[in-house]
Design a protein around this ligand. Structure first.
Ligand code: FES
Ligand code: FES
Length: 156
């Protein structure tokens, strides 16, 4: 089948998509957008998080066909004019990255949280990131990054 959708503001068309392919597979293997990671392919880790028509989803659980005509925003699309998004900057500055495999998912989930709630409580941060797993950092630096991003975005 042919898939037509908008990805990070650009119209994209992909031919010969198999009905069983996931949106994550299409983004990575057919569109070359390697930011979204494939860590579990079971909806358990959040590494593949993207926006689908404005809703945060695990792209490994979305069939490519479900994205037909949709707007998709990936971690690559958060930066504007070659400038990192404040959430991306905060993750770099807080040192919230070790192997980096979970990072794109945490960045997208944090972006989603701060769009909805620019002054989240500790509990709200933890709840928003509950679907994202990190095997390296122990989470403290990630939480620091979220707090830093929230502080900066609230002040701007
Ligand atoms: S790869 Fe999609 S949730 Fe883990
Ligand atoms: S930094 Fe390695 S899984 Fe999170």
């Amino acid at each position: 089948m042919r898939l037509s959708c908008t990805v990070n503001g650009e119209k994209r068309e992909v031919e010969n998509v198999w009905e069983g392919e996931s949106l994550l597979y299409v983004l990575r293997e057919r569109m070359g957008l390697y930011g979204s990671k494939n860590a579990c392919e079971q909806g358990e880790c959040g590494s593949c998080s993207v926006y689908l028509d404005g809703t945060l989803v695990c792209s490994c659980l979305v069939l490519a066909g479900q994205a037909e005509g949709c707007e998709i925003l990936t971690v690559e699309g958060l930066a504007e004019d070659e400038r990192l998004h404040p959430v991306q900057e905060a993750f770099v500055e807080a040192g919230a990255v070790q192997c980096g495999f979970c990072t794109p998912g945490f960045v997208v989930a944090t972006h989603d949280l701060l769009q909805r709630n620019i002054t989240p409580s500790e509990a709200e941060i933890r709840e928003a990131l509950a679907g994202n797993l990190c095997r390296c950092t122990g989470y403290e630096k990630i939480l620091d990054a979220v707090r830093l991003a929230a502080e900066r975005m609230a002040a701007s």
